[in-house]
Design a protein. Structure first.
Length: 433
């Protein structure tokens, strides 16, 4: 049976149609993840893997099985003989995967050339996990001149292997690397672009906030207690939380805080995620009337009363949240003392605009949505340093290792701009230690 799986995999992977891809072709690229540019097959979707990074899953795989594609290592090949360097590089990747997954099978290797003109080396092997479940893994490496990248396929769903391998073959045959695009070649029109190193707003052109005279602008917030737990199980606890409204000058409103703040904010992007929390508002005689569209029910209407600098929801005041600060010192979760040493991981800001991060977000765990079902997170403590700035309710962190992060930021209204003791990132309170 093992031989049948491997033969099937290579029957599909070895076929490389020579038809060139045009902008109107069914295989024209619409997705970019990292350096990989490709057409996302209809049978696949982008989700979050267990390691917090994007993976491709097959829609046809039932819940009791698993089939995934994940983008692995990539590199610039060294030396004059790029073909040999590619062979060695693919072999090192194969050995690493065998060791990581405890694969005893030698597997089988095939080489071909894709329709996009890339050299391809594929290795397939069967193995059993700790529960004695049989899996098939395929490591596929592509090369264009001196650039190489790897893609890993894992499945225990052999019933649907033929169709799924055909979809993987279609993706691989027309995949390219963005870094290898000719300087005079226009980038493709993409539906999804994911950079695992960056939060989304780094991937589009500078975008100013809209102008208008609707009467309100900025992020308003109110703090209080909410509930956590599952009421169906009879288990609920009180939990501190922030509630927000974000008003734009052109009359649009978001019933959330933008996850990256208002620096390079695009309402249309976040409207895809906050489907039920995007609406319009009017301000008349100190009354804020908001309407939020619902696809399958009547519109939701909400009203706030303006009183001085506050917007009142009954007797609950929403205040405009300060979006600038000059930070100094080390910040950690505000509740870190009650959580123990494991959570005592912070980020230190210096007045000269530099920071040293001990891996704080792995303990705060702020995620960022990048499209579809995919929310990326810093799950592992990864120390780093770089430069920071706070502007437009955004904390921007530019790491020396290439990571780029923008988090929604505000301080408490009664906290000073100079060296505040408490700051809030995406609703998470951090305290200067």
């Amino acid at each position: 049976m093992r031989g049948v799986w491997l033969c099937l995999a290579f029957l599909l992977l070895a076929v490389a149609p020579a038809t060139p891809v045009t902008a109107d072709d069914d295989n024209a690229p619409d997705t970019q993840i990292g350096d990989w540019v490709f057409k996302l097959p209809d049978g696949m979707k982008i989700t979050t893997g267990l390691n917090g990074k994007p993976v491709l899953k097959f829609r046809s795989t039932p819940d009791n099985y698993s089939t995934t594609l994940s983008f692995g290592f990539s590199a610039d090949l060294q030396g004059d003989d790029k073909s040999k360097a590619f062979q060695d590089w693919a072999g090192e990747g194969r050995d690493m995967l065998k060791k990581t997954m405890s694969v005893q099978d030698d597997g089988e290797v095939t080489e071909t050339r894709t329709a996009a003109g890339y050299d391809m080396i594929a290795w397939a092997a069967a193995y059993k996990d700790q529960r004695d479940v049989t899996w098939l893994t395929i490591l596929t490496c592509l090369r264009h001149e001196g650039r190489a990248g790897g893609l890993m396929f894992f499945t225990n769903d052999f019933e649907r292997l033929e169709d799924q391998a055909a979809e993987m073959d279609s993706l691989l045959n027309h995949a390219t690397f963005a870094s290898c695009r000719a300087k005079d070649q226009k980038p493709p029109k993409l539906k999804v672009q994911i950079d695992p190193l960056s939060t989304p707003s780094f991937l589009w052109e500078p975008t100013p906030l809209p102008k208008g005279d609707a009467g309100l602008e900025g992020i308003y917030g109110a703090s209080g207690l909410g509930t956590a737990g599952d009421p169906r199980e009879g288990i609920t606890t009180a939990k501190f939380r922030w509630r927000y409204y974000t008003f734009l000058a052109d009359g649009r409103v978001l019933r959330e805080i933008p996850p990256e703040g208002l620096l390079n904010f695009r309402y249309e992007f976040w409207q895809q995620y906050f489907v039920n929390d995007c609406g319009k508002y009017t301000l008349k005689n100190d009354t804020v009337e908001m309407t939020f569209k619902r696809a399958d029910s009547d519109d939701l209407k909400e009203t706030l009363k303006r009183k001085g600098d506050e917007l009142l929801d009954g007797d609950k005041p929403y205040r405009k949240l300060p979006g600038t600060a000059r930070l100094k010192g080390t910040f950690m979760r505000h509740d870190v003392e009650s959580l123990g040493e494991y959570y005592k991981v912070g980020i230190a800001f210096s007045e000269d605009g530099s920071f040293e991060d001990a891996g704080f977000n792995a303990r705060v765990n702020i995620g960022w949505w990048v499209g579809g079902d995919c929310v990326l997170r810093d799950l592992e403590v990864t120390p780093g340093k770089g430069t920071w700035k706070v502007a437009s309710n955004t904390l921007e962190l530019l790491y020396e290792d290439g990571r780029r992060r923008r988090f929604a930021f505000h301080r408490y209204s009664d906290e000073p701009e100079e060296n505040p003791r408490l700051i809030v990132l995406n609703g998470n309170v951090l305290m200067r230690r």
